[in-house]
Design a protein. Structure first.
Length: 107
């Protein structure tokens, strides 16, 4: 019984749907990301940035989070995996790495 109550599924897997929005400025660009989670898993992500290139870059970065546990460690692994596998310019890779560090720090 004790193990069951300490299990991830028991603690997080039954959470209701919720959304949370985080905002920051990276490389002089105002960025916000809205994450919607249900039963402890990321259901949707939405990036807002006035710079269309940065918006597209970060949208591609976070789209792979769907189905990931709403957990800083799991999110970091998913994002770093994308950054390391995507064909990005050095500048885009640096910007994505800054985004990953920021989002993990606020979770």
């Amino acid at each position: 019984m004790k193990e069951e109550l300490q299990d991830w599924q028991w603690i997080y897997g039954k959470t209701p749907r919720f959304s949370v929005t985080f905002s920051t400025t990276l490389s002089s660009k105002d960025i916000s990301v809205k994450i919607t989670s249900y039963h402890g898993l990321i259901e949707d992500t939405d990036i807002h940035c006035d710079d269309k290139t940065v918006h597209s870059l970060f949208t591609n970065l976070v789209i792979g989070l769907k189905g990931t546990r709403f957990d800083a460690g799991a999110i970091e692994i998913s994002l770093v995996t994308y950054v390391n596998s995507a064909s990005l310019t050095a500048l885009d890779r640096q910007l994505c790495s800054q985004f990953v560090q920021w989002i993990v720090s606020v979770l």
